[in-house]
Design a binder for this molecule. Structure first.
Ligand code: NOJ
Ligand code: NOJ
Length: 410
């Protein structure tokens, strides 16, 4: 099977590959949820334990992955158990004494906080976790189920976000302490949707506070628009850590827009569009792998000045989840505009991921900027989550097109 697939997948039509890759992504993502030897509820970032060692529960990765597990559970109940376990493991994390409390970025697989040197706090974590759990709470409530074990986890995160969002923290890439677009937009989304949930459960005082803080946050966020550069800057007010991101261009901006689904910076916002165009241009230019004639589409990385290779700081590479973010972006635009051409743009990015993927469908964190081979952490859980959200966005865009056609030709 593997040997056959190895040769076959290169020539497999893109649509077939994506359908097959979907099953691979689901299986491999599932294998990273509470694998044997870990506490129930753990989401390992990757099974790789060396160079880099990603065998930890990262709050951010776990939250983004569980948001996808929630979608999967709506179609297949066998995923539900992971949501319950994640809820309980997250509660235990919250109650554990960690160096930076709720802002602690990662935990050992037995639930103990990681206490070695690290970029901390990372305040996107509690916001993203609240966002996923709030969605789950709404689904439970709409089915007449109770949320008594879930609510404390959500409110603890939201109280933290509401009290601490003004403080600088390390970014999504764990490198720089500053004020970040990604973190702030995640916080805005969590507080906004949290206010609605607080209302629903009759906690009007929390609803009031969350709404008030979300309003302040919302106006703060407008400052990330850099008019002279025609882009959304990724960070402001640098405090410590890495300081060579001179372009202020970062795919994290797009990922924040996609993952929060925020109305403040929506997919169709022209400020997002010009930022994406600049990212495409710069990554086209700097990655040798983007100059290969036979390679479809483009491979995108985190930010142009990136040096992190997974095992060291000698070479920044394109990332699977960044390239998939571009695919998802065009699919979402395609849905809004019922545009086949935009689906095709998304497909070019998917084709690029197919081009670099391992023959067995497994996806790592990065793709070598020269050779194109998968590199850094193998089976990165977040890569699979990114594939699945892009895949769903494509299905949605195709449905939108069908609806348009059926309206045009009654
Ligand atoms: C690992 C992080 O996750 C990566 O993004 C970062 O570049 C290095 N540590 C250095 O902080
Ligand atoms: C490095 C990434 O920069 C960070 O965002 C992620 O949380 C860790 N790897 C674990 O996947």
């Amino acid at each position: 099977m593997l040997a056959n697939a190895a040769g076959a997948f290169r020539t497999m039509p893109l649509g077939d590959w994506m359908d097959w890759e979907k099953t691979v992504a689901e299986q491999r993502l599932r294998a990273n949820l509470s694998p044997s030897g870990t506490s129930r509820g753990v989401v390992i970032a990757s099974p790789q334990r060396e160079n880099p060692d990603y065998y930890f529960h990262w709050v951010r990765d776990a939250a983004l992955v569980m948001d996808v597990v929630l979608d999967l559970s709506l179609k297949d109940h066998s995923w539900e158990v992971f949501l319950h376990e994640f809820r309980d493991f997250s509660r235990a994390n919250q109650l554990t004494h960690a160096p930076t409390g709720l802002g602690e970025p990662k935990f050992h697989v037995d639930g103990a906080p990681f206490t070695g040197p690290w970029g901390r706090p990372q305040n996107d974590g509690p916001a993203l976790r609240a966002h996923a759990l709030i969605r789950w709470a709404h689904i439970k409530l709409s089915r007449g189920k109770e949320i008594s074990a879930l609510l404390p986890v959500i409110l603890t995160d939201l109280d933290y976000v509401s009290a601490h969002w003004r403080e600088p923290s390390f970014d999504v890439w764990e490198e720089e302490k500053a004020d970040h677009f990604f973190t702030r937009l995640s916080q805005w989304q969590a507080l906004s949707s949290g206010a609605a949930l607080a209302d629903l459960v009759g906690d009007s005082s929390r609803a009031f506070t969350y709404r008030l803080e979300a309003r302040h946050l919302g106006s703060e966020l407008q400052n990330f628009w850099n008019r002279s550069r025609n882009q959304l800057d990724v960070s402001r007010n640098h405090r410590e850590g890495l300081n060579y991101k001179h372009s202020q261009l970062d795919t994290a901006v797009l990922i924040a827009v996609l993952r929060t689904g925020s109305t403040l910076f929506a997919v169709q916002d022209p400020r997002v569009a010009s930022t994406v165009t600049k990212l495409e241009n710069v990554f086209h230019e700097i990655y040798p792998i983007n100059h290969r004639a036979e390679a479809p589409g483009l491979a995108l990385g985190r930010y142009p000045e990136d040096k992190y290779s997974g095992s060291g700081f000698e070479q920044g590479n394109p990332w699977v989840l960044c390239t998939l973010a571009a695919a998802e972006y065009y699919y979402k635009l395609a849905s809004l505009r019922s545009s086949p051409a935009l689906i095709e743009k998304g497909d070019q990015y998917m084709a690029r991921v197919k081009y670099h993927a391992n023959p067995d469908g497994s996806l790592s964190e990065q793709m070598d900027r020269h050779s194109g081979f998968m590199t850094s952490a193998r089976d990165l859980t977040w890569s699979y989550a990114a594939f699945l959200t892009a895949y769903s966005a494509r299905a949605e865009a195709r449905r939108a097109l069908l609806v348009r056609h059926s309206k045009e030709k009654p």
